[in-house]
Design a protein around this ligand. Structure first.
Ligand code: 5GP
Length: 190
């Protein structure tokens, strides 16, 4: 998506550890018009899939998930990051590793909001090694929900998570795909 790529080029900042900071429009301050266009683009790619729920993980996936859900006319649902290892009975849970914080955590979704009649579109702001996506997929599998695919704002393709999951049969649509990035040479899109 050209609009998003242009914005990444203009305002994205490359940090050590393969971290792209997009705090001025996606991760801290939110550009609602850009997010609206990004949500529409992701939704368009899955419009015929009968999606009943857009699933993401807090907190940085929530904004893009909401705008996508608005165009698919269904609820957005976010997995919460649990601070305790005592997981209650009423939730689906999966362990994950945080790319940006470097710690392990458990994500949980209430059984009240996700079940076997759901068709899920998983949405997230970034796709790097694929850990968050795998945990969200596991939650859907535990719930018996069908996964239509995953819609991602920014995929760092060179990190391999996306292509590994595609090889496992998951449909992934990323609206900006980064082929390489570093502080000196900048960002190159696929
Ligand atoms: P993965 O689990 O695929 O390795 O990483 C995806 C998750 O880590 C996303 O939910 C996102 O919040 C975070 N993440 C991964 N790479 C980046 C990055 O370059 N910049 C930012 N801001 N977040 C990232």
């Amino acid at each position: 998506m050209q609009l998003l790529e242009e914005r990444i080029r203009r305002d994205g900042k490359v940090f050590p550890g393969d971290v792209l900071k997009v705090d001025s429009f996606l991760n801290h301050q939110l550009d609602a018009e850009l997010l609206d266009a990004a949500g529409a683009e992701i939704a368009a790619r899955f419009e015929d899939c009968g999606v009943t729920k857009v699933l993401t993980v807090e907190s940085s996936g929530i904004a893009i998930a909401c705008f996508t859900a608005r165009y698919l006319h269904c609820p957005a649902l976010f997995a919460k990051k649990s601070k305790t290892s005592n997981i209650a009975d009423g939730v689906w849970s999966a362990k994950a590793h945080s790319y940006t914080h470097g710690n392990d955590y458990t994500m949980v979704v209430s059984k009240e909001y996700l079940g076997e009649n759901d068709v899920v579109l998983i949405v997230d702001d970034f796709l790097a090694n694929g850990c968050a996506l795998k945990a969200l997929r596991e939650i859907c599998e535990k719930a018996g929900a069908r996964i239509a695919g995953a819609g991602i704002a920014i995929e760092k393709e060179y990190q391999g998570g996306g292509n590994e999951l595609r090889a496992e049969g998951l449909r992934i649509e990323s609206i900006a795909r980064i082929a390489s990035m570093d502080a000196e040479d900048g960002i190159r899109f696929c």
